[in-house]
Design a protein around this ligand. Structure first.
Ligand code: ZN
Length: 203
């Protein structure tokens, strides 16, 4: 199983980090050791002083595919979830300035908490999924997938040009504006269409 994450897929978030809006999807990966399941706590790592949350809609790949045509891409997922792409922003900045890869800032253990999944047909409109993240009961991020620069289908088509997608692979589809830091004791709760899907504590 692999975890693919899309960067800069909401223009407001690209702007808040002073990044150009991309002409094609930007993706990176996390290993399976990044996953946190079952609302287990996230432990702040000691190598960063600036861990940021990024709430993202996650799709789960349900069939094997390579070079998937955009018009068939909707057949390659049917479950929708929500997760956090934890990012060591200080390390990411340092790596980017030095032109080095992002792994130490993005792929570390526990950097991918993942909530429950729901069949997309249970949602009012899976091309316009509303979601939000609350920190200690206050809304910090609010998004709707209709604002994505690249749709789920475009992402699947693009990524599968380079990587074979396999059953169970996860795609974190990018974060909307409002990313920010976490500290010990914070409680994060993520919702899809007002349904609680993920809830955990930062330790
Ligand atoms: Zn992200």
């Amino acid at each position: 199983m692999k975890i693919i994450c899309i960067g800069r897929n909401y223009s407001e978030h690209a702007r808040e980090l002073n990044n150009a809006v991309p002409a094609e999807p930007v993706f990176f990966m996390k290993p399976d050791s990044a996953l946190i399941l079952n609302n287990q706590p996230f432990f702040l790592p000691d190598f960063s002083n600036e861990i940021h949350y990024e709430a993202e809609i996650v799709i789960k790949i349900n069939r094997l595919g390579k070079n998937i045509d955009k018009k068939f891409a909707h057949r390659y997922y049917e479950e929708i979830g929500i997760g956090i792409d934890f990012t060591a922003r200080d390390l990411q900045r340092k790596q980017a300035e030095a032109g080095k890869p992002w792994e130490i800032a993005k792929a570390f253990d526990g950097s991918a908490p993942l909530g429950k999944f729901i069949k997309r047909d249970k949602l009012p409109d899976y091309n316009a999924i509303s979601f939000r993240l609350e920190k200690n009961g206050a809304i910090v991020q609010k998004g709707n997938t209709r604002d994505m620069i690249f749709s789920f289908e475009e992402i699947i088509a693009y990524v599968s040009k380079f990587l074979t997608l396999k059953i169970g692979d996860l795609i974190y589809t990018g974060t909307p504006a409002g990313v920010g830091p976490v500290k010990t004791g914070d409680r994060l709760e993520a919702f899809i269409e007002d349904m609680p899907m993920l809830s955990f504590t930062v330790k």
